[in-house]
Design a protein around this ligand. Structure first.
Ligand code: UT7
Length: 367
């Protein structure tokens, strides 16, 4: 049975940075309060012309370059996002087209901030079963578009960005070792975004009711998060037949430093064993775990042969964890340059649109 290895990684964050001081000019809050209660100093906010697919494509190109994998050799693209560009088409399909991943299946996965763990599980299972050889696992968000900048309860928390990992099949033991996925829809009302849905179709009243913004019961989410971080970590380790001592790094969902500190206390681990970057990105939802992992890999913090646990929670409610052994990049021949392929991908997309148009003309004549 093949193993699913992490062979490529990349991230992207919009250049524009919004500091706590900037936010304190919009709502009654302060840098000191936000830092003390959340650990966040700043977050990145997408420009009007940056979308989840834009950020994801930038991150994917970096990840494919590291993996030395050509976009046309990808079998599957899973895009976890809570801020899809449309209800349909899937953001994953927009990314597939922009990358020129000609033979890849592509779909979106919505499990809120736990989405990346769900997506890693799905991609790894497909590789372990032998049905595919490679998958691009994406977490990408522009949640800033759904924030009420007058609500100090939520506007201080979220940021935009994308993180991507490449999974590839290999006979060498390692890679994704185990994962656990959970949900509890009875807590669905604790964190919601209703806009443009079948429950709240776009309408004047939906806008007046503020249904196009994120609404959150922060205290309840906080209590739920501190409970599950510890239990999910223990559960995933039991599934992999590992103890906490055999794991070097915990990569938690970056929502609030106090939630991470509570998890560290619950697991009786020092904070040094946690990968933390919430200070500079805020909560980037499905992108938070991969962005933290990519930064740690790029800094050389995570070393080949080390084991990691990703653990996260989010709206739904959903939560989960994934244990993996990172064996380092797989040696391969030649140099794939996916960034150079982008122009070809764009041309290919245009040609396909033109052919579809011409085909449509003939079809209409036949009728
Ligand atoms: O991916 C999952 C996404 N969501 C989360 O992870 C959210 C989890 N929850 C949290 O991170 C925290 O609950 C918050 C950061 C949202 C709030 O922190 P808290 O320590 O739970 O604050 P609180 O809601 O208990 O509010 C304490 C006080 C209140 O004032 P009073 O009633 O004690 O006078 C709030 O009105 O702080 C006030 N407050 C603020 N003050 C300044 C709430 N938000 C702010 C603010 N600035 N931004």
């Amino acid at each position: 049975m093949p193993y699913a290895h992490i062979t490529g990684w990349g991230m992207s964050a919009p250049e524009s940075v919004l500091t706590n001081d900037d936010i304190s000019k919009m709502v009654e809050t302060s840098d000191a309060w936000i830092r003390e209660r959340t650990g966040i100093r700043e977050r990145h906010i997408a420009r009007d012309d940056q979308f989840p697919s834009t950020l994801a494509v930038e991150a994917s190109i970096k990840a494919l370059k590291v993996a030395n994998l050509h976009p046309r050799d990808l079998d599957l693209i899973i895009c976890s996002t809570s801020s899809p560009e449309h209800i349909f088409p899937a953001t994953a399909c927009l990314i597939q087209d922009q990358l020129g991943a000609t033979k890849a299946g592509a779909f979106d996965l919505l499990a809120a901030c736990t989405g990346f763990i769900y997506a890693m599980n799905m991609g790894a299972q497909a590789i372990r079963s032998g049905s595919i050889k490679s998958a691009l696992i994406i977490g990408t968000e522009t949640l800033s578009r759904f924030i009420n900048w007058k609500d100090r309860n939520t506007c201080i928390l979220f940021g935009d960005g994308a993180g991507v990992l490449v999974l590839q099949a290999s006979e060498q033991p390692g890679g994704v070792l185990s994962s656990v996925l959970h949900s509890d829809g009875s807590g669905g009302d604790l964190l919601t975004l209703g806009r443009g849905s079948s429950r709240y179709p776009a309408s004047e009243s939906a806008i007046l009711d503020g249904k196009h913004y994120i609404e959150m019961d922060g205290k309840e989410i906080f209590r739920f998060a501190t409970r599950i971080m510890v239990s999910a970590t223990h559960e995933v380790l039991a599934g992999a037949g590992l103890t906490l001592d055999q794991v070097q790094w915990i990569i938690p969902h970056q929502a609030n430093i106090r939630i991470i500190e509570a998890a560290a206390r619950g697991l009786k681990l020092p904070m040094e064993r946690f990968i933390v970057n919430v200070e500079h990105y805020g909560n980037t939802s499905a992108a938070s775990i991969p962005i933290a992992m990519v930064e740690a890999l790029e800094k050389g913090q995570i070393k080949p042969g080390e084991r990691i646990v990703m653990v996260g929670f989010g709206a739904g409610l959903t939560w989960g964890a994934l244990a993996a052994e990172w064996t380092g990049p797989i040696p391969s021949k030649g140099h794939v340059r996916p960034e150079r392929y982008r122009l070809f991908a764009r041309l290919r997309s245009l040609v396909r649109r033109a052919l579809r148009f011409i085909e449509g003309l003939f079809y209409r004549r036949e009728l």
